[in-house]
Design a protein around this ligand. Structure first.
Ligand code: TRP
Length: 455
């Protein structure tokens, strides 16, 4: 029933470009600084199994739903949902999926660009040899000193945002595809190089044990929530980024196998990142920490103690920057495509406007680390933690839930059947149960638990 076989914004040259683009969106800060640590903390190999279960039961089905909805409509998420609502006479309220996704993209991009800017700053710091042989105290002070300097942070934030806007302004084929064609292979090569370095650092056994030994005792109810949240976030689900990319996917490519490959690639990068990072941390007698502390204090410190540490430190932060920029470009796509469609505007103009808007919003995040560190929006949430909370813990899960329900209950069986190549039989029933019951319940459980403060 798909009436459009092309999108007006352009198309991926082939199925593999779609795989790289979606993997580029999925592979980001979440894989490198979050997954390895939460795995170590929540039972190692046992957590990896739990996480794979969540990817299979919730992540893959919702990603399939996003791709099939996007490819069926072939517009920006907002207009795709609008068109499908009209065609299939469903409730106009579903269009909230598109609007909330666009807004979530703005919010996430605004702080993603700030943190990615930190990684750019650290490329230069590592290259200068600023961390050669330093103490833990020095590494800590260096990071805190950087956070206290809003001008420096704004400078790097501006550079990252400009690069993102430059790429997306050039369009799907000339901009996105070209960047992805270079950055994704570069990212994989850097990762393999770092992995080799980690394996030979002398801490491999300990690093491997931290990530993979099966500790069922460390698996708690909370681990299940964490695994589910991570599966969702790391696959870039819930805000229409994958839906927008799906609109540019060739009609003849199989959605199921493509999505499985993307999820495997994303998981591979997360596992490899852990196996690259923790051996280096343990080889230097350091304790793994989470989030900013791991990435911007422990890792520079560890590299500072190692032979060729400055070189590999540069490689590490270049890897983080590549991963971040291929995610950032996907955050803008739902909004760009929508604004181009709605106002017939030039893509470059729209890109610059969106960039300026998110850049200004990002200043709030920059200031949350210094001048506004004690200014709270609600309870103990600063501007940054508030935006982070609302987008990640509320808008994305809600968006994902609605996307699953839309695919399951608002679209006719024939549409889904032809997009997935599943009409009748046990697989069609399995799909319906997973997308209509299991995935929504999984997301809902995590959503409610998070709101209640359990996770
Ligand atoms: N998947 C990205 C990461 O792991 C982050 C992310 C979450 C994202 N939702 C997104 C990226 C939507 C792009 C679009 O870092």
């Amino acid at each position: 029933m798909a009436q459009n076989t092309e999108s007006r914004h352009g198309m991926w040259s082939n199925r593999w470009m779609f795989v790289l683009a979606a993997a580029g969106s999925a592979v980001g800060l979440g894989n490198i600084w979050k997954f390895p640590y939460i795995t170590g903390e929540n039972g190692g190999g046992a957590f990896v199994l739990l996480y794979l279960g969540c990817v299979a039961l919730v992540g893959i089905p919702i990603m399939m739903a996003e791709v099939l909805i996007g490819r069926e409509g072939r517009y920006s998420p907002i207009n795709t949902v609008r068109v499908l609502i009209q065609q299939h006479k469903s409730s106009p309220a579903w269009v909230i999926i598109g609007w909330m996704g666009m807004l979530a993209g703005f919010l996430i991009l605004s702080y993603y660009a700030v943190i990615a800017g930190w990684a750019l700053h650290y490329i230069v710091q590592m290259a200068n040899g600023s961390f050669d042989g330093v103490t833990a105290e020095f590494a800590n002070d260096a990071f805190n000193g950087f956070l206290a300097d809003p001008w420096k942070m704004v400078m790097w934030h501006t550079i990252f945002m400009t690069a993102t806007i430059f790429i997306v302004a050039r369009g799907v084929t000339k901009g996105l595809e070209t960047a992805i064609r270079w950055f994704m292979p570069a990212l994989l090569i850097l990762l393999v190089v770092l992995l080799g370095y980690g394996v030979n650092s002398g801490g491999f056994e300990q690093g491997f044990a931290f990530m993979f030994s099966f500790n069922w005792e460390s698996v708690t109810a909370e681990s299940v929530l964490i695994a589910m949240g991570q599966a969702f976030f790391t696959l870039s689900l819930g805000m229409g980024a994958i839906m927008a990319y799906g609109a540019y996917m060739p009609s003849n490519a199989s959605i199921t196998s493509t999505v499985v490959i993307i999820a495997l690639l994303d998981t591979f990068v997360a596992l490899a990142a852990g196996l690259a990072i923790f051996p280096i941390v343990f080889a230097n007698g350091l304790e793994p920490s989470q989030g900013p502390g791991l990435m911007f204090v422990t890792i520079p410190l560890a590299f500072g103690q190692m032979p060729l540490g400055a070189l590999f430190g540069v490689i590490f932060f270049a890897l983080v920057s590549f991963a971040a920029i291929t995610s950032a470009i996907s955050l803008t796509e739902p909004a760009l495509a929508y604004l181009v469609e709605e106002y017939n505007a030039k893509r470059s103009r729209v890109a610059i406007s969106v960039g300026i808007f998110c850049w200004v919003l990002g200043i709030g995040t920059v200031l949350s680390f210094n001048h506004w560190a004690e200014k709270y929006i609600v309870s103990d949430l600063t501007f940054f933690t508030f935006i982070d909370y609302v987008s990640q813990n509320i808008m994305l899960p809600l968006g994902g839930l609605l996307i699953a329900l839309f695919a399951a209950y608002a679209l006719p069986k024939t549409v889904v059947g032809s997009q997935l190549g599943l009409r009748e039989g046990p697989l069609a029933v399995l799909w319906k149960v997973v997308i209509g019951v299991i995935a929504p319940l999984g997301v809902l459980t995590v959503f409610i638990a998070t709101i209640l403060g359990l996770g």
